[in-house]
Write a protein that binds this ligand. Structure first.
Ligand code: E4P
Length: 218
């Protein structure tokens, strides 16, 4: 299971990257806004740090403009993945950019039908948004399962990049279904290490150790 970080916060990326836990990064216009940085500058810094794919998103709405913006973003570094929205124009841009040899991440996917079109347009990644479906009382995980089944039925090699992840359970469930990649905020990845029984057990060990009066080393 590959881990992408869903952030443009370079300090947060560095911390997890140094632990070998980062297989890639996804950004979007909202995350660039949150970083307060220039898109080219911050994306270059991320690409220099992380060896895997780094998604940078176009903002145009017409295919030709998306293609032009995608090519500008791809100039930033060889590991750029051009992110395009799942619109008809986005699919056209996906086809041209992937035929041109670029990695393309088709984002804002909310249905299996959309995911089929992205695979046929040559997407490297499809990004179904789990959390935003849950927000409107639909089951985001059902979408991951449907896409997995359909892609496997026909041998599509587009990778399922489970996005809009809000909890550790989202990661576990996406992993059980067989999503190829999850992208999550660093805080969610870090919270995977937490368990109340670990905390309780550690407190007990520390209390008992203090009673021994011993020290390890000097
Ligand atoms: C994916 O590439 C998106 O950047 C992201 O997962 C969106 O998540 P959100 O719904 O928490 O904004």
């Amino acid at each position: 299971m590959k881990f992408f970080l869903d952030t443009a916060d370079v300090d947060a990326i560095r911390e997890l990257n140094d632990l070998g836990m980062v297989d890639g990064v996804t950004t979007n216009p909202s995350l660039i806004l949150k970083s307060g940085r220039d898109i080219t500058e911050v994306t270059k810094e991320i690409c220099d740090m992380v060896a895997g794919p780094v998604s940078a998103e176009v903002v145009a709405e017409k295919a030709d403009d998306m293609i032009r913006e995608g090519k500008v973003l791809a100039e930033i570094a060889p590991n750029i993945t051009i992110k395009v929205p799942l619109t008809w124009d986005g699919l056209k841009a996906c086809k041209v950019l992937s035929d041109d040899g670029h990695m393309v991440n088709v984002t804002l996917c909310f249905s299996a039908a959309q995911a089929i079109l992205a695979a046929k347009a040559g997407a490297t990644f499809i990004s179904p948004f789990i959390g935003r479906l849950d927000d409107i009382h639909l089951d985001g995980m059902d979408l991951i399962a449907d896409i997995r089944e359909i892609y496997d039925n026909y041998g599509y090699d587009t990778q399922i990049l489970a996005a809009s992840i809000r909890s550790v359970n989202h990661i576990i469930e996406a992993g059980k279904i067989g999503a190829d990649v999850i992208t999550a905020p660093p805080s969610v990845i870090k919270s995977m290490a937490s368990h109340p029984l670990t905390d309780k057990g550690l407190a007990q060990f520390n209390a008992d150790w203090a009673k021994t009066g011993q020290k390890i080393g000097k």
